[in-house]
Design a protein around this ligand. Structure first.
Ligand code: AQP
Length: 337
């Protein structure tokens, strides 16, 4: 499928749910990489608030609405250029839900029941709605509406992007070439940041909400961050080599590496024989240095609420122009409209 766009640069699309506070895993696994490579691509970044509704009892309406603005402001605060990136809120466009319905009709149920994120989240929730099962189809709609080539995400999303490709291939086979096939772009370092209090499980927004010390949130103050890092799970050894250390120590080393860009060898040499207290102190320094400018840029953007609302409305119009074309192709192909 050829892309109908003047730009030769690949189209990048990604998003984050404004479900709870964003953490350093979201930053290292996703947001930071969007900013680092933004000049190489033609970018669209979405705040996926429809996805955040998949566990509706988790979040109050006024909190969801406010979180969506905060996440958009954080995208910019983490380095996205305001002029060159389209940042918008998913529910500002009806095209996403409409495209998801059409894809629902062509996606076999078994594909969704196999998703590991669905299995994990449905085990944790007291009751689940259809939206949770359907989450990856809406995600596929998000991605496919924009003729996306690359989806920069953390490791946990790999399976969903593979499913998006399968959904696109099936639709193309059934109704003719309609979608570009996207691929996941996963960072080499920090693709899966683990919980500080439970280094066997990934750092997660929803877990962090009920467990202080699980995550470092991007908007946390210095005292909270220090407490979380200093009480991170390690072990009773002194091993600081990436290949030999325990899960908790590898997690600290990995975060340190992702934030400082130092080589593994340099990091192992720096921490050898020094004890975990020193590693934690150095990591704290790297985290604070990273988060300080992000927090001050975030506060600046949030202080001009009208400006932010205008920007999001303008970007929603720009996104709609692209999404509406693809949706209309989907309707044409399937005999709708
Ligand atoms: N621990 C992580 N390490 C590296 N990358 C991560 N991402 C999430 N957790 C980690 C990446 O962040 C982006 C946004 O994720 P999302 O909000 O869309 O959904 P998620 O993957 O389900 O994130 P969370 O933080 O775990 O939220 P909850 O608990 O609400 O589900 C994605 O690119 C993801 O890979």
């Amino acid at each position: 499928m050829k892309k109908d766009q003047a730009s030769k640069k690949p189209r990048v699309f990604s998003g984050v749910q404004p479900s709870h506070d964003l953490h350093i895993g979201n930053y290292i696994g996703a947001l930071r990489n969007w900013a680092l490579k933004q000049h190489l691509s033609d970018n669209i970044f979405c705040v996926v608030d429809l996805h955040a509704l998949t566990l509706p009892e988790d979040i109050k309406p006024e909190v969801l609405r406010e979180n969506s603005r905060k996440v958009a402001a954080l995208y910019y605060a983490c380095g996205l250029d305001i002029e060159t990136n389209i940042v918008f809120i998913q529910s500002h466009l009806h095209e996403h839900a409409e495209a998801a319905w059409i894809l629902n009709c062509t996606t076999p149920l078994g594909w969704l029941q196999r998703m590991t994120q669905f299995k994990a989240k449905s085990e944790q929730a007291a009751s689940i709605g259809m939206g949770l099962l359907d989450y990856p189809v809406l995600q596929a709609a998000d991605i496919l509406l924009y003729d996306t080539d690359e989806v920069p995400v953390g490791e946990d999303q790999r399976q969903h992007i593979e499913l998006t490709r399968d959904i696109a291939i099936r639709f193309n086979n059934l109704f003719g070439e309609t979608f570009v096939l996207p691929k996941a772009v996963i960072p080499e370092e920090g693709a899966k940041v683990m919980g500080l209090d439970e280094p066997e499980a990934k750092m997660s927004k929803s877990v962090a909400r009920n467990r202080p010390g699980h995550a470092i949130n991007l908007l946390d103050n210095e005292k909270t961050i220090k407490k979380a890092i200093m009480s991170a799970v390690t072990d009773s050894e002194k091993e600081t080599r990436f290949e030999h250390a325990s899960a908790g120590v590898i997690n600290l080393l990995t975060m340190y590496r992702a934030l400082t860009h130092e080589s593994r060898d340099a990091i192992e040499a720096r921490f050898e024989g020094k004890g975990y207290g020193f590693l934690k102190k150095e990591l704290l320094g790297a985290v604070l240095e990273t988060l300080k400018p992000i927090q001050s840029k975030f506060n600046e953007i949030m202080a001009d609420r009208d400006g932010l609302e205008r920007l999001l409305a303008k970007n929603a119009d720009a996104a709609r122009e692209i999404a509406a074309k693809t949706l209309s192709k989907m309707k044409e192909a399937t005999g709708l409209g």
